[in-house]
Design a protein around this ligand. Structure first.
Ligand code: PMP
Ligand code: GLN
Length: 404
């Protein structure tokens, strides 16, 4: 397994000598690029457009519900499957946004973030030796979790600038050993939103190979230019084969809350719930109630969130273009990928992101960190879920740096 170059930047990565080996899969991975780049940004006082988190907290009324619950309760263990209020709200949201009929008792479970939801799904569905289809670039926890669950990863790539789905390779990655595909749409870091035709193709493969799909849909409400999110679960035959994962962190700009929710067929949820019950068991009740309140907000909240973010995407994209970057399309998420070669920088993406963090005072994330082979090495991911003024400051710093 390749050890990524950026791992060596991190002081947290060390080996213990002369003692029994720790788990060989986990110890083979370095510290995540988000932590490495955020630490570098902090160390150098740089504006952090690396790790994806908003600089402004989500709605005050949602935070007030949580604050009140901390004082008035409940503050003891909530039900293992999640607070009734949130499970019902997730079921109602499934109907409201996607016309999915969901029984909240049997088909919805609350987790401590989408990250736990992913772990629960993968540990709950994979048997050692099962094949798992993954589409690179990969969000950081996918491969470690699949491998720790005993899965054998079958990687297919999409690549900048077009991020086109290579259908033949995807078809070849599936076999009768395929247990599941892990699909992220809208996609981090590509900003790609899988369209109806691509989803139909994927659904066909899932059905043909009697597989499942774990759908990471944390950016489901962050789509731009009038695009609509289509859960794979809404396609014919997919309701019984898919689980879809949402995140209150993303939907309400409260990433530190770590509230996730899984929707799926009863038979899948009941097994996935076993992982949850032996893992975190529950999630703090006050933030669950607040997330339930948030999901009940009017349409203007959800359309406003996407519209605000789209304006920030446009601001960053226009600014970076005027500095000389080549910018890729971002159809959804928090992220914009750029090619920095037109600036004449002499080095790869890891060096470039390190350079701009330490020298220009703006952090970004190297896109090669999301691939197993570091051959896609001249793209950087910038995060635009920040206030207008902060993005302007970041652009001014980059502009001043590259114009000298
Ligand atoms: N999946 C993707 C694609 C993400 O970008 C994130 C970002 N945090 C997560 C899962 C994890 O979400 P959470 O913070 O709710 O655990
Ligand atoms: N999802 C965020 C990103 O892609 C990071 C979350 C994390 O640091 N684990 O930047």
């Amino acid at each position: 397994m390749s050890v990524k170059k950026w791992v060596h930047l991190c002081p947290l990565c060390f080996r213990q000598k002369d003692m029994k080996q720790t788990n060989n899969i986990m110890s083979s991975f370095g510290t995540t690029v988000f932590t490495v780049m955020s630490q570098l940004a902090t160390d150098h006082g740089a504006i952090n457009l690396g790790q994806g988190f908003p600089d402004q907290d989500g709605p005050a009324d949602i935070r007030e519900v949580a604050a009140r619950a901390m004082i008035d309760g409940p503050n003891q263990y909530p039900p293992m499957m999640g607070m009734v209020e949130l499970r019902q709200a997730v079921a109602v949201a499934n109907k409201r946004f996607y016309d999915l009929d969901v029984d909240w008792r049997a088909q919805v479970m609350v987790t401590s973030g989408a990250t736990e939801a992913l772990a629960d799904c993968l540990l709950g569905l994979i048997n050692p030796g099962d094949e798992v289809v993954l589409i690179e670039p990969l969000y950081d926890c996918y491969l470690p979790m699949v491998q720790r669950a005993g899965g054998v990863a079958k990687l297919v790539r999409i690549e900048p600038p077009e991020w086109t789905l290579p259908r033949q390779q995807l078809e070849e990655a599936f076999s009768d050993k395929t247990k599941l595909i892990l699909l992220n749409s809208p996609h981090n870091p590509a900003g790609k939103v899988f369209d109806a035709d691509e989803l139909a193709f994927i659904a066909g493969l899932v059905e043909k190979h009697d597989a499942y799909a774990v759908c990471d849909e944390v950016y489901e409400h962050l789509l731009f230019d009038g695009r609509k999110h289509i859960p794979l679960m809404t396609l014919p035959g997919m309701a019984e084969r898919c689980v879809r994962i949402g995140s209150a962190g993303k939907t309400f700009s409260l990433t530190g809350w770590k509230i996730g929710y899984i929707t799926g067929a009863p038979a899948l949820i009941s097994t996935i719930a076993k992982t949850h019950q032996f893992n975190t068991f529950t999630t703090p009740p006050g933030t669950q109630l607040a997330a339930a309140f948030g999901l009940g907000k009017g349409d203007e909240y959800f359309t406003g969130l996407a519209a605000d973010l789209q304006a920030r995407r446009d601001q960053l994209s226009k600014g970076l273009k005027s500095i000389g970057f080549e910018t890729m399309e971002s159809e959804g998420t928090y992220f914009l990928t750029v090619d920095f070669r037109p600036l004449g920088f002499n080095g790869d993406d890891v060096e470039f992101c390190r350079h701009i963090t330490t020298q220009a005072g703006v952090a970004a994330v190297p896109v090669s960190a999301f691939y197993q082979q570091a051959d896609v090495d001249h793209f950087a991911r910038f995060c635009f879920c920040k206030g207008e003024a902060l993005l302007d400051q970041a652009l001014a710093k980059l502009s001043a740096h590259f114009s000298t």
